[in-house]
Design a protein around this ligand. Structure first.
Ligand code: NOJ
Length: 749
């Protein structure tokens, strides 16, 4: 019955298409990266059949009543679908549900236009991978792409075709909880990761039924919220916007991302959702973005409290004129837009353009060929949380771990260690491991650290577990038991950090301390004199200066997802040699925030002299710099060799170093390339990441690593905001992190 119906509709639509095609040929419609000429003509034909209400319906996205990812719910969303007043649904999944909703749209509406189904598939769908900041620490683009790929395969097998990811906001203030959702502080690394994630979700083939339409968010500068408080004001120069916050979005657009989400924040007095400059001028005109812009959750409505419009109707007008195509959950377009058009407050051409962009993506997804193409119970059963996916979850979790300290080679531990005490509120905790935004993930499926250790050690090894305290309260009543456990042990592993709820959206903190009494617990355990390994779990850089001074071994494990416990045990016991590098600086104290490696030199760079740019009470440097991470082996860098000491504007420069594994274990190293433009018409940062290579070396092995740079890699925005490269002296740095590098220089002519 169902197939027959679809068949019938396609015949009618095809007839109309032929007619419009002939008429449209004169129109000379251009193809886009998402569509060919024929598709654009088909869209013309649909547009010509649509009423204004139906058009506005396509521009509307509603949440289901399953899940809450924002402050409002819509009652009666099903009725809205039936009336053709909805273009897409989010916050629901599963083949049965999606099929039912799709049927409602396709069968009940006049034009039978299928819905899209979106969800926040951020770091895995049901097989949960490390939080994005954690994955970024892998510096492994192939693994990051694969993580998004698997998430897309699982989610699309459960009926979804759109994810609100990747989150590509640069974040330099760890108080901001959403730092956990992105790729850290650097625009270059952030851009590479943005590309990898878009590629992973979309796989350059939206028409396949195992890919998801991606959505780069939150456009733009959301991470620059004053004081790290979520949703707060952003006051930013055009230069910082273009140099730091826009590049990952541009990279996502270049990688073919199909949608962009407009952010909650204002940018220099104009909310991002009503910002014509960022949306229409930069995104749509300058970058020629051909997908569509969706708002964040009710961010059109929020322009009223922002104080830029008097009411929701005006908010809708501002948004549409600025370039917003789809209203997430606010119902502003649905409620007011037809009135605004009739009054001439917005031009119908913006509505047509928005609907065209939305239909273009529906065509690209193949929904007009088969609206039920993501609805196959068999695929759902076979593909979700498969053995291979979980194996990969463990692999990428291992790669995301950063070894922060390893004094006296305490790690790796011997599997035959006599007695191991496993202590801490995160040691046997499943709930926090999947982090925030864990989609359809079930934390009950997580492998805890305790479990991972139990599975790893020799049968005769004795493990004593004690929780020690809670994550976030003042009670020390369990301390004695934990200390007694530590006293009996040969080595103590303490798992401390944040709860998953402490990062992500609406989760800013005014402190970067490990919450509650956890640090006191670590201090008391340290006082037993036993060797202590701290395993950190957290969604942001924490201030751990005390631990860095006293605790011999520290592992940063973020929130690693479903297979966390096994992955951490792999590293603790040496089955995997840690290779993660920090994608964000770890400050010594919150007073240094915002702190990032590519700062400017100032006119009074820090020195012994009093009158320089520094703090009285602590160094300017972070506790652990951007790019930092240790290994169980040692890598030695040769001096840098340059192909020439002079580079021409249209030439290339080859930069080489030889890296040797001088330790005892096979290991991976991320070789990082930074440059500095010494004198320019606009002051430049003291270092800027321009490339990196992740290599694997056996003990005793060495390899030459080559980078190539072109003048375009040395460009910056001049005083007129034009991209240029200026001749003059440059420094080149290659090394193991942003501070520890070899140095050379060349002249650009
Ligand atoms: C609000 C969040 O800011 C955004 O990241 C998310 O995609 C939407 N809600 C939808 O859940």
């Amino acid at each position: 019955m169902k197939t027959k119906k679809i068949h019938f509709y396609s015949i009618i639509l095809s007839g109309i298409f032929v007619f419009i095609f002939i008429a449209g040929c004169k129109n000379n419609k251009r193809e886009t990266i998402f569509s060919d000429k024929m598709t654009e003509l088909k869209i013309d034909s649909i547009l010509s059949l649509m009423t204004l209400e139906e058009k506005i319906g396509q521009m509307t996205l509603f949440t289901s009543d399953w899940d809450v990812t924002g402050p409002t719910m819509q009652s009666g969303y099903k009725e809205n679908i039936r009336r053709g007043r909805v273009g897409a649904i989010f916050n629901a999944y599963g083949v049965r549900y999606v099929r039912d909703m799709q049927r409602l749209a396709v069968d009940s509406t006049r034009l039978h236009i299928p819905l899209m189904f979106g969800y926040d598939v951020i770091h895995g769908y049901k097989s949960i991978f490390p939080i994005p900041l954690g994955e970024a620490a892998s510096w492994d683009m192939e693994a990051i792409e694969k993580s998004a790929r698997i998430a897309a395969i699982e989610a699309s097998a459960e009926g979804l075709n759109w994810t609100f990811a990747p989150m590509v906001d640069i974040a330099r203030d760890p108080r901001w909880g959403r730092i956990s959702e992105g790729a850290g502080e650097d625009p270059y690394l952030g851009s590479m990761i943005a590309k990898a994630r878009v590629k992973g979700f979309q796989n350059n083939d939206l028409a396949a039924n195992n890919t998801l339409l991606a959505c780069a968010k939150h456009y733009v500068a959301y991470g620059a919220a004053i004081a790290g408080r979520d949703y707060n004001t952003v006051d930013i120069s055009d230069r910082t916007l273009r140099e730091t916050y826009l590049p990952p979005f541009h990279a996502a657009v270049e990688a073919g991302v199909g949608t962009i989400m407009s952010a909650f924040n204002e940018i220099n007095g104009i909310p991002a959702t009503g910002n014509r400059y960022t949306l229409r001028v930069i995104l749509k005109d300058e970058w020629k973005f051909q997908g569509f812009v969706v708002t964040d959750y009710t961010s059109i409505n929020e322009m009223v409290p922002h104080g830029i419009v008097a009411n929701e109707k005006e908010a809708g007008e501002l948004a549409l004129n600025a370039g917003v195509d789809m209203d997430m959950q606010g119902a502003v377009y649905n409620n007011y837009l037809s009135g605004s058009i009739k009054e001439g407050k917005v031009d119908i051409k913006f509505v047509d353009d928005a609907v065209r962009r939305i239909l273009r993506m529906k065509y690209a997804l193949g929904l007009f060929d088969d609206p039920y193409r993501y609805c196959d119970e068999q695929r759902e059963k076979e593909l979700v949380m498969s053995k291979d996916n979980l194996e990969f979850a463990r692999k990428i979790a291992k790669k995301s771990i950063v070894l922060l300290k390893n004094k006296g080679h305490l790690l790796p531990l011997r599997k035959e260690t006599g007695v191991i005490a496993v202590i801490g509120p995160l040691a046997d905790n499943k709930k926090e491991l999947i982090g925030s935004w864990s989609a359809a993930g079930d934390y009950n499926k997580c492998i805890t650290l305790l479990k991972g250790i139990e599975r790893k050690v020799a049968p005769e090894t004795k493990i004593i577990y004690s929780k020690g305290c809670n994550i976030d309260d003042d009670s020390t009543t369990r301390f004695d038991e934990a200390i007694a456990a530590a006293r009996q042990a040969d080595v103590v592993i303490v798992a401390v950090g944040e709860g998953a709820w402490m990062s992500g959206e609406a989760a800013s903190r005014s402190s970067l301390r490990i919450p509650g009494v956890q640090e006191d617990l670590v201090k008391r355990i340290y006082e037993t004199g036993k060797p202590v390994v701290v395993v950190l779990m957290n969604g942001r850089p924490l201030t751990i200066a005390w631990m860095d001074s006293y605790i011999p071994a520290i592992l940063e494990t973020w929130f690693l997802g479903t297979m966390a416990g096994d992955a951490i045990a792999d590293v603790l016991f040496g089955d995997y040699n840690p290779s993660g590098k920090l994608p964000v600086s770890f400050p010594r104290s919150i007073g240094q925030v915002p702190l990032y490696y590519n700062f400017k030199n100032t006119g009074r760079p820090i020195s012994e002299s009093k009158w320089t740019s520094k703090y009285l009470d602590m160094p300017n440097t972070p506790l652990y710099p951007f790019g930092y991470g240790l290994s169980y082996t040692d890598f030695k860098y040769s001096e840098i060799t340059l192909s020439d000491s002079v580079m021409n504007m249209n030439g290339t420069l080859k930069i080489s170093v030889t890296v040797a594994n001088t330790g005892q274990k096979e290991g991976e190293e991320t070789v990082q390339l930074y440059i500095r433009d010494m004198v320019a018409s606009i002051t430049r940062p003291v270092k800027e990441l321009k490339g990196f290579r992740k290599i694997s070396l056996k003990p005793g092995e060495s390899r030459q690593v080559d980078f190539e740079i072109l003048a375009k890699d040395l460009m910056f925005y001049d005083s007129e905001m034009k991209l240029i490269a200026e001749s003059g002296e440059f420094k080149v740095f290659v090394g193991t992190d942003s501070e520890n590098t070899k140095k050379a220089g060349f002249v650009l002519k």
